[in-house]
Ligand binder design. Structure first.
Ligand SMILES: Cc1cc2nc3c(=O)[nH]c(=O)nc-3n(C[C@H](O)[C@H](O)[C@H](O)COP(=O)(O)OP(=O)(O)OC[C@H]3O[C@@H](n4cnc5c(N)ncnc54)[C@H](O)[C@@H]3O)c2cc1C
Ligand SMILES: C=Cc1c2[nH]c(c1C)Cc1[nH]c(c(CCC(=O)O)c1C)Cc1[nH]c(c(C)c1CCC(=O)O)Cc1[nH]c(c(C)c1C=C)C2
Length: 476
């Protein structure tokens, strides 16, 4: 393998380039990013007074093989000193809230939360959990998350808890999202153990094994639930880009919009706005629709399937208030779609990461997230949603849900167009079929990024690693 072009410089493209660089089999890597910044949705505002605001992900989970894999990379990049860990015993890990019937309710946790009736639920969770063990397994090879949970745990849990969870991870509608692709642990638990509960107790499949490096070991020892970085999440892609630059083996191009890719005798011709370059192989870490628009006509079946992977738009409103204004302490609260379709939830950023507050004086940072699968019905076309309207809707939610009547001392409104892919029912078949088309047609193309194998930062990084290992036929 001589030259590999990586399309898209979000965390997926950066991760793929990082793993390619580890192999002596690859002579040259060319990373092409359309915008003026690497990192994609990992995007932070660092204000001159020291405050940090996240516009995309704000915490990464260290759990599991994918979590360890990311921490190994963080270690290798020399970012260990920059880590801000949040342990499982921290109030931000213990307390998450639901806003239901005009009130905040702490989500049930611990033994007492399971054996007692905890509003907004009408019966102890223990009853649903105990009955779950007896529910027969389905013969369907996929179903919606809502249907799966209604069938196994009851409609109330599906309508309130799972509806909210899907909004807090996918900004999506649990009635359309696929359980197999969005929550493979739940799907596999039913398939292999016949029950979610038994799957949790006994394990539900072959777990991937990743050797834990020093930072991953520390995260285990200190029971981290999530982590961030002192200068914000954006430091992570910045450190990868710096590492790639220093390797001397990667050409990094910003403001390089890929316009078209065409097969050539030895691989691909990649057409940019201002020139053409050649590559033996392409790893695409572009959003599915962006890739579909640059493929040649000969890839029509693939183009169509890529277009069928839709994504939702989320309005992210960062707010700063003077003083300690929160009536409760925790990670934040989610709002089920039955309560308010357009308002997804509010993150209490100052609770897990007070280090990101302005250093002088007491302030509270919150992030309100709106829209998602309900964006158009609530706000119309994204072009029509003004910053004033989104800010007013966000501050009104903070007033109504948290009783904060003061105006924010600082705010920033950002519209993330098509930012979270939606894995609808049948997603796994579509992805299998796309990869099958690539294989059967001997295309020197790999698909990675958030549109295929998981949307979390950990999943996207791991997908970049898998693409490189499959390409090279070795472990990197
Ligand atoms: C608001 C929000 C909150 C989130 N919170 C969390 C969280 O708490 N924890 C978590 O784990 N995950 C979270 N995520 C998910 C995670 O951040 C994303 O799934 C992940 O960053 C996607 O990375 P990616 O590289 O696949 O895609 P992207 O970040 O979309 O990168 C794709 C890149 O391709 C570029 N591009 C597009 N077209 C072209 C072209 N024609 N030519 C060249 N380049 C092009 C784009 O400019 C972009 O930089 C969140 C996401 C959002 C939006
Ligand atoms: C309200 C909207 C959103 C909030 N965060 C996201 C959206 C769309 C995006 C998001 N959040 C998480 C992930 C990664 C999932 C993973 O597998 O690591 C993504 C893409 C983490 C997350 N956030 C919440 C939960 C339950 C999770 C899953 C992992 C975990 O248990 O930590 C809850 C939550 N998210 C938001 C709020 C307000 C909230 C409230 C309790 C914001």
């Amino acid at each position: 393998m001589r030259t590999v072009a990586v399309l898209g410089g979000g965390i997926g493209g950066l991760a793929a380039s990082y793993y390619l660089c580890k192999s002596p089999q690859v002579t040259k890597v060319i990373l092409l990013e359309a915008s003026s910044r690497f990192g994609g949705w990992l995007w932070s505002t660092r204000r001159s007074d020291g405050a940090v605001f996240e516009h995309g992900p704000r915490g990464i989970r260290p759990a599991g093989a994918v979590g360890s894999n990311t921490l190994n990379m963080v270690d290798d990049l020399g970012l260990g000193e920059e880590i801000l860990p949040v342990s499982y015993s921290h109030v931000a890990s213990r307390n998450r809230y639901l806003y239901v019937n005009g009130q905040l309710h702490k989500m049930p946790s611990g033994i007492s939360g399971i054996v007692r009736t905890v509003p907004p639920f009408s019966q102890p969770l223990l009853l649903s959990v105990a009955a779950e063990i007896l529910v027969n397994k389905t013969k369907n090879d996929d179903e919606s998350v809502h249907s799966f949970v209604s069938r196994r745990l009851g409609k109330e849990l599906a309508d309130i808890a799972v509806d909210s969870l899907c909004r807090g991870v996918f900004a999506g509608d649990c009635r359309k999202l696929s359980v197999r692709s969005c929550f493979p642990v739940l799907y596999n638990a039913e398939q292999h153990r016949g029950s979610i509960v038994l799957g949790m107790l006994l394990g539900s499949g072959e777990a991937q094994v990743i050797t834990r490096g020093p930072l991953a070991k520390r995260s285990k020892k200190e029971s981290w639930a999530q982590w961030s970085l002192k200068r914000g999440m954006q430091s992570f892609p910045e450190a990868i880009a710096e590492n790639l630059q220093q390797s001397g083996r990667v050409q990094l191009h910003k403001e390089a919009v890929v316009k078209q890719i065409d097969p050539s005798a030895s691989g691909w011709q990649v057409r940019l706005e201002d020139g053409v370059l050649s590559a033996d192989h392409i790893i695409s870490a572009l959003p599915a629709k962006a890739l579909s628009s640059v493929l040649p006509r000969s890839c029509q079946p693939l183009t169509q399937q890529l277009q069928d992977i839709s994504s939702v738009t989320v309005a992210v409103v960062n707010l700063e208030y003077d003083g300690s204004i929160l009536p409760v302490m925790g990670f934040g609260h989610l709002v089920p779609s039955s309560e308010d379709r357009g308002l997804l939830g509010v993150v209490y950023d100052s609770v897990p990461f007070p280090q990101h507050n302005r250093p002088d004086g007491q302030t509270t940072r919150l992030t309100v997230m709106m829209g998602g699968a309900w964006f158009e019905e609530e706000f119309g076309v994204p072009e029509a949603a003004t910053a004033e309207r989104l800010l007013s809707r966000a501050t009104e939610a903070v007033r109504c849900h948290l009783g904060v009547t003061a105006a924010p001392s600082w705010s920033r409104v950002i519209l993330h167009r098509d930012c979270i892919p939606q894995y609808y029912e049948g997603h796994f078949q579509r992805v299998e079929s796309m990869r099958g088309f690539i294989k059967n047609n001997n295309l020197a193309l790999s698909l990675t990024g958030s549109c295929y194998d998981g949307v979390s930062v950990n999943d996207v990084i791991f997908s970049g690693r898998t693409a490189v290992e499959e390409l090279l036929g070795t472990v990197v």
